[in-house]
Ligand binder design. Sequence first.
Ligand code: TXA
Ligand code: MG
Length: 310
Amino acid sequence: MKFNQSNIKKAKKYLDKNYCIGVPSETVYGLAANAYSNIAIKSIYKIKKRPKSNPLIVHYSNIDKLKKDCLINDDFLKLYKKFSPGPITYILSLNKNSKISKNVTNKKNNLAVRFPKHKIFRQLLNKLDYPLAAPSANISKKLSAVQALDVKEDFGNKIKYILDGGKSAIGLESTIIDLRNKPKILRLGGLEVSKIKKILGKKVIISINPRKKVAPGQSTLHYSPGIPLRMNIKRPKKNEAFILLKRNKKTYSNYFYLSKKNDLNEAAKNLYSLLRKIKNKGFKSIAVEKIQNLGIGQTINDRLKRASKF
Ligand code: TXA
Ligand code: MG
C-alpha cells in the first residue's frame, strides 16, 4: 500500500477541481466527488455508466457536518452512537438549507448518508469543506472494487487519481436502513441486521426485494462477475471454477477458497476479489458450494444470488 500525507493532499487537489477519484473504504472502494457540486456529480454518473435515477450515498466525517444537510431523529442517534463510523448507511430527510447537489438525489428530498471508518478516507473528509458522494467504484451492475487495482481495472484513465488504502477490511457494501418512518432495511450489508434490531429495540422491516425498486442494489442482476454463477453446488462441472468456504486438503486447479478456516468474515472480505480472479483466469462459469446463511453469510448469499441472475 503506497500511502502518505502527500497522497491525501493530491486527492484533495483533484476533488477541489470537481474531478472524481477512487477512494478506499472499509466496505468497498468508492468513486468520490464533491456532493455540493452539480458538475462533479454529473461526472460520477458518466464514468460509472450509472442511470441518473439511481441516487448516491454521501459520506461525512461526523454528525455536526451532517446536520447542515439532513434532519436527524432518535433511531438515527441510537444507531449512529453504536455503529458509526462503520458499514451502515442511513436514509434521512434533507433539510431546507441543504447544499447537496440535486443530481445526487435525483431531485428527491431524502439522502443516503454514511460515516466511513477507513482511516485514510476519514483523514481526507476532515480536510474538505464539503461531503463526498461516492457510489462503489465499479461499472454499474458489476463487481465492486476492494483494492486500488480493481478500480484501475474498471476505469483505467477515465479517472485522474486513486487514493490507495490497501484491501477493504470488510469487502461487502454497507447495510442500508431507511429511518424516515418505521425502520426499514433496503440492502443487506457489512453490518448484521440482528445487531441493528438489538439497538433499536423495535421491529425492523426487511425490504430487500421490493416490487417497486427504490435502491438498484435491489435489482435482480447485480454484483455480477460477468460469467454465469451457480449456488449451493456439491460438485462442479468439468472446467467450471468451484468456490469453497474453507481450504481443503484435496486441491485441484479449478478449486478456490474463500477462507483459510471456516470464517465467514474472512470469506466476505475475499469474495469479490476471488470472483474477479476467476473471471480473469478465463473460466467460463462458476459454481459455489452452499454457504451458511448466518450473520454476514446472509449478505454473502444475497450477493451470490444477484450475481447468479446472469
Ligand atoms: O459500502 C458502501 O455503501 C459503498 C461505499 C463506497 O460507501 N457505497 C455503495 O454505493 O455501495 P452504491 O452507489 O454502489 O450503492 C448505494 C445503494 C444503491 O443501490 C442506491 O440505489 C441506494 O444505495 N441509495 C442511494 N441513495 C438512496 C436513497 N436516497 N434512497 C434509497 N436508496 C438509496
Ligand atoms: Mg454499487
